[in-house]
Design a binder for this molecule. Structure first.
Ligand SMILES: Nc1ncnc2c1ncn2[C@@H]1O[C@H](COP(=O)(O)OP(=O)(O)O)[C@@H](O)[C@H]1O
Ligand SMILES: [Mg+2]
Ligand SMILES: [Zn+2]
Length: 359
């Protein structure tokens, strides 16, 4: 009876690509615990994110490659090890955080907080460790959307313990001010406040920290983009021209500051009828996608106007956490997977960067 060798299995796995990263699973160090018993084998494949959208494809190609060398019984266990796409400066500020994803928009009211909250919850649902920082200091509505209130306590190491719901560690300035009291911040202070939240909150080990940034492209945003080590920015727009024009300014700002932009989400893309689910494109078609093409950034997807999003937001149940995910929740989950996948690519690029040698 055929007995597989360890070398043959490894060689076969060298032909299996991580489609996102364009490299094979062996050179990416994703194959672990190979155990061979005659023609049967077992292995663990360690994905670069638990929210990997390409798991099925990887499984298919793995089974084909191992089948081709005569494996008859293949057991795959799945693991995930999120890699660090953080710039160096982040290590001092938030040593345990592997990826900071900032959600930004040019205008307010386009769904920036909605996208931030659902992105965070969807990543946590996939099995990642996730934090959410409400960086919209002047209009903090993350607590409402997450259904969180109360005052965070001090942790053993004298930091602030974030409040947790839906598996997401959350912090907001709202937790520290009496209800109904307006929060007045001068622009330059906002960056400092967010930096302080990064430093003084007990985030622990996080695969992803999502930051809901304040809207706009004023001085405040500029200092902020400088103060916060962002590994990738997600831009949110609606299909309307005014919103697209403003998100263009936000994009230009990030590019000027050399903050990597992951892509653009078009929110309120179409209206999802609560009765029959039919989609109507109230604000016209394809604005976000055209914007992405014109500006050479990725279109991450569209989220329809869906009444359950607004209702859930108002009572602290994010769309992706609702019992029956509607069209918007499905879109948001898929966007979260794409964002996670793109962060993996960034992390792999960091690792695989050629070392310059001077001869
Ligand atoms: N896709 C959507 N469908 C329905 N309502 C939405 C959608 N996106 C956002 N909303 C609602 O629109 C309002 C503004 O969204 P929000 O996320 O607070 O915007 P921003 O943070 O950009 O100011 C909120 O009441 C929210 O619930
Ligand atoms: Mg908001
Ligand atoms: Zn209908």
């Amino acid at each position: 009876m055929l007995s597989l060798t360890h070398d043959a299995v490894i060689d076969a796995m060298r032909t299996v690509q991580e489609p996102e990263l364009g490299r094979d699973l062996i050179s990416l160090d994703m194959v672990k615990n190979v155990e061979i018993d005659g023609s049967a084998l077992r292995m663990t494949i360690e994905l670069t994110t638990p929210a990997c959208p390409l798991k099925d494809e990887i499984e298919r190609t793995t089974r084909a490659a191992l089948g081709a060398i005569g494996a008859t019984e293949i057991q795959i266990a799945w693991g995930a090890m999120v890699r660090r796409a953080q710039p160096r400066q982040a290590e001092q500020l938030v040593p345990g955080v592997k990826n900071i994803i900032a959600v930004a928009s040019g205008k307010g009211g386009v769904g920036k907080s909605t996208v931030s909250v659902n992105l965070a919850v969807a990543l946590a649902q996939a099995g990642a460790t996730v934090g959410l920082l409400d960086g919209d200091i002047t209009g903090p509505n993350v607590p409402l959307m997450m259904g969180l209130e109360g005052q965070p306590k001090a942790s053993a190491n004298n930091k602030i313990t974030p409040l947790e719901r839906y598996g997401v560690k959350t912090i907001s300035i709202q937790f520290f001010v009496p209800e109904g009291q307006p929060i007045v911040w001068r622009g330059p202070l906002i960056g400092g406040a967010i930096q302080q939240f990064l430093r003084d909150v007990d985030w622990g080990e996080l695969d992803y920290l999502v930051i809901d940034l304040p809207p706009g492209t004023s001085d405040a945003q500029l200092t902020l983009a400088q103060a916060v080590p962002i590994s990738g920015a997600v831009l949110v727009t609606t299909p309307q021209e005014v919103s697209l024009a403003d998100v263009g300014k936000a994009l230009a700002m990030f590019q000027r500051m050399s903050v990597p932009v992951i892509g653009v989400v078009e929110n309120m893309t179409a209206f999802a009828c609560p009765h029959c689910g039919e989609l109507t494109e109230i604000f016209g078609r394809g604005g976000g996608e055209r914007f992405a093409t014109t500006h050479g950034v990725e279109y991450l997807g569209g989220v329809p106007l869906d009444v359950t999003v607004r209702q859930g937001g108002d009572v602290g149940v994010p769309a992706v956490a609702q019992r029956e995910p509607g069209p918007a929740a499905k879109a948001l989950t898929s966007i979260a997977q794409t964002v996670a996948a793109r962060m993996s690519v960034r992390a792999a690029q960091n690792i695989g960067q050629p070392v310059l040698t001077i001869s």
